[in-house]
Design a protein around this ligand. Structure first.
Ligand code: UN1
Length: 488
C-alpha cells in the first residue's frame, strides 16, 4: 500500500476529515501528499481558551487528573494506529513511533499522580501567631508549539501537565505533521465525552504556518508559550513573549556529545552510539552528533562503528527490519549535503523520499559545521588524551541539551556529572544522550533555551506561585521588627 492509501484508511477509521483545507501534508516515505488540513483562527482560539480557563481552574485538580487518565487510556487503545500514522507522516520507524505514543501514555500516568501532589510549602514565620505558606494556582492558557520529529509526544508532555495544573492548551503543531495532531484531537474529543464534557476551548488545535504561530505567540491571553524546535525559532519566540511579560519554556537545538573513556565497555558503547546517532535518522534534538573518544581506543571503536553504520538497514520505515527511515524532506537532505558535499551517501529506497546512510566524519578539531545542529545523521569523531580536555570539548559548543560518558571508572563518571563536568541539562553514564524517560526533567542550557519539560518538578512552570502570610493573633507585629505605631 502507498503511504497515501494507508493514511486514508486510518483517516476513515478515525473519522478524520483530510481532503479539505489549504495546508497539505506529505509523507517523507515517498514525498507524496497524504492529506490536507484547514488553517485555524488564532484570535478565536485564544478567546475560547480564556473562557475555558475561567471554568477549568475551579475544577479540583484530582478531577482534572481524571480527564487526563481517560485520555491516557484512549491512547493505550489507539497506540498501534496512532503509531502507524506517525510513521507515515514523520518517517520514523514503527518501533520508534510506538515508543513515542508510549511516552504520551507515560506522561498521562505521571500527570494523574501529580494531580494529587501539586504541593506547596509551609514556612516558619518570624512573627508570633503567624503562618506562611505557598500555594500553586493555575496559570492560564498554554500555547504548545511542537516540531515534526516528535509530532505528538512533546504536545503530550506539555498538555498532560498543563491540564492537571488547571490550564487550557492550544496546540500549534509543525506544518510538516498536521495530521498526527488531528488524530490526537479525535482522542481528546472522545475523552471529553467519556469524562462528561470539558469546557469548550480547553484543548484546541490551531493549524497553520509561521504567521499563525506568531499571532498566537503575541496574544496576551496566552499565559505561557512552550516551544520546541530550532534555536532560530526560539530566538524569535523568546523575546516576543518576554516583551509582553509572558512566560516561556524553550526546548531548542542540541549538539550532543558522548565521551568514550579507555575503561569503557566498547560493545555497549557501540550499540548506544548507533541508536543515538542514527536513530530517527539523526532527527532527534537529543541525537548524538559528536563522539569524543580516547586516542587509545579510537581506532577499534571507529572501525566497529564504521561496520555498524555500513550495515544498518535504511529504507521504508514501515518495514520491520529497517532501522533508519527517510529524512523529513528535501531541505533536510540539502542541509546534510551542504555539510558533507560529495561524501553524502543517498540510498535508493523508495522513489520520492530522501534516504541517506548515516555518516561518520573524523575530524582533528571542533570547528565549522560541527558547532551547529545539522538535523541529519552526521556523527563527528574527535580524539582526546586527558579527561579534562574531553569535558572541555563536550562543553565548547553553543548548545547544552544532552551528553553522556562511557566509563567504568567511578572518578571519571562522577567528574562528568559534577559542577566541573558536563554543562548540559542531561548528563548520562553508560547510555547514549538520546531516549530519555518522561520521569526526569527534560531540557537544556545555553542555546537549548533553559526550559524543563516532562517529569520531576517541571509542573511548576505551568502554575503561578502565591505566597500567603496569615496572622491568627490579635497583635500586628511587622516583619524585620519595624515599629510603625501612632503615638497614643
Ligand atoms: C526531541 O527530540 O524533541 O530523549 C525530544 C529523547 C526523547 C525525546 C526527544 N525522549 O530522545
Amino acid at each position: 500500500m502507498t503511504p497515501a492509501e494507508e493514511a486514508q484508511r486510518i483517516f476513515d477509521l478515525a473519522g478524520i476529515e483530510s481532503s479539505a483545507g489549504k495546508l497539505v501534508s506529505h509523507s517523507p516515505i515517498d514525498g507524496k501528499p497524504i492529506g490536507r488540513v484547514t488553517r485555524g483562527d488564532p484570535d478565536s482560539a485564544c478567546a475560547r481558551a480564556a473562557e475555558a480557563f475561567e471554568q477549568w481552574r475551579l475544577v479540583p485538580a484530582p478531577k482534572r487528573g481524571e480527564f487526563v487518565r481517560i485520555l491516557g487510556n484512549l491512547l493505550r487503545e489507539a497506540k498501534p494506529i496512532l503509531a502507524k500514522l506517525i510513521t507515515l507522516e514523520s518517517g520514523k520507524i514503527l518501533a520508534e513511533s510506538l515508543g513515542e505514543v508510549q511516552e504520551m501514555i507515560d506522561i498521562c500516568d505521571f500527570a494523574v499522580g501529580l494531580s494529587r501532589q501539586l504541593y506547596g510549602l509551609t514556612i516558619a514565620s518570624e512573627r508570633p501567631n503567624h503562618r506562611m505558606m505557598e500555594q500553586w494556582h493555575p496559570l492560564g492558557p498554554v500555547l504548545v508549539i511542537s516540531a515534526f520529529n516528535f509530532p505528538v509526544a512533546v504536545w503530550a508532555w506539555n498538555a498532560a501537565l498543563a491540564l492537571v495544573c488547571g490550564n487550557p492548551v492550544i496546540w500549534k503543531p509543525s506544518e510538516k505533521t498536521p495530521l498526527c495532531a488531528e488524530a490526537v484531537m479525535v482522542l481528546v474529543r472522545r475523552a471529553s465525552e467519556r469524562f462528561g464534557g470539558i469546557p469548550h476551548g480547553l484543548v484546541q488545535l490551531v493549524q497553520g504556518e509561521r504567521d499563525v504561530g506568531e499571532a498566537l505567540v503575541d496574544d496576551p491571553r496566552i499565559a505561557m508559550v512552550s516551544a520546541t524546535g530550532s534555536t532560530a525559532m526560539g530566538k524569535a519566540v523568546g523575546p516576543r513573549v518576554a516583551q509582553r511579560f509572558g512566560r516561556v519554556l524553550l526546548e531548542l537545538g542540541g549538539n550532543n556529545a558522548t565521551i568514550v573513556c579507555p575503561s569503557a565497555d566498547l560493545e555497549l558503547a557501540a550499540r548506544a552510539i548507533l541508536f543515538s546517532a542514527a536513530g530517527t535518522a539523526g532527527q532527534r534534538c537529543t541525537t548524538l552528533r559528536r563522539l569524543i573518544v580516547h586516542e587509545g581506543i579510537a581506532d577499534s571503536l571507529v572501525e566497529r562503528l564504521r561496520n555498524l553504520f555500513a550495515s544498518v538497514k535504511i529504507g521504508d520505515p514501515r518495514d520491520s527490519d529497517v532501522l533508519v527511515g527517510p529524512l523529513i524532506d528535501e531541505a533536510a537532505f540539502n542541509a546534510m549535503k551542504a555539510v558533507l558535499g560529495d561524501q553524502i551517501e543517498r540510498v535508493d529506497a523508495v522513489p520520492g523520499g530522501f534516504y541517506v546512510r548515516p555518516a561518520l566524519v573524523e575530524v582533528k578539531a571542533q570547528e565549522g559545521p560541527m558547532l551547529e545542529e545539522t538535523f541529519a545523521p552526521i556523527l563527528y569523531v574527535l580524539r582526546y588524551r586527558e579527561i579534562d580536555e574531553a569535558i572541555a570539548l563536550n562543553n565548547a559548543v553553543p548548545q547544552g541539551l544532552s551528553s553522556s560518558i562511557f566509563t567504568n571508572d567511578l572518578r571519571e563518571a562522577e567528574l562528568f556529572m559534577s559542577a566541573a563536568g558536563s554543562d548540559c541539562g542531561i548528563a548520562n553514564v553508560n547510555i547514549g544522550p538520546s531516549g530519555a524517560e518522561i520521569g526526569g526533567a527534560f531540557g537544556g542550557e545555553k542555546e537549548t533555551g533553559g526550559g524543563r519539560e516532562s517529569g520531576s518538578d517541571s509542573w511548576r512552570a505551568y502554575m503561578r506561585r502565591q505566597t500567603n502570610t496569615i496572622n491568627y493573633g490579635s497583635d500586628l507585629p511587622l516583619a524585620q521588627g519595624i515599629r510603625f505605631d501612632v503615638a497614643p
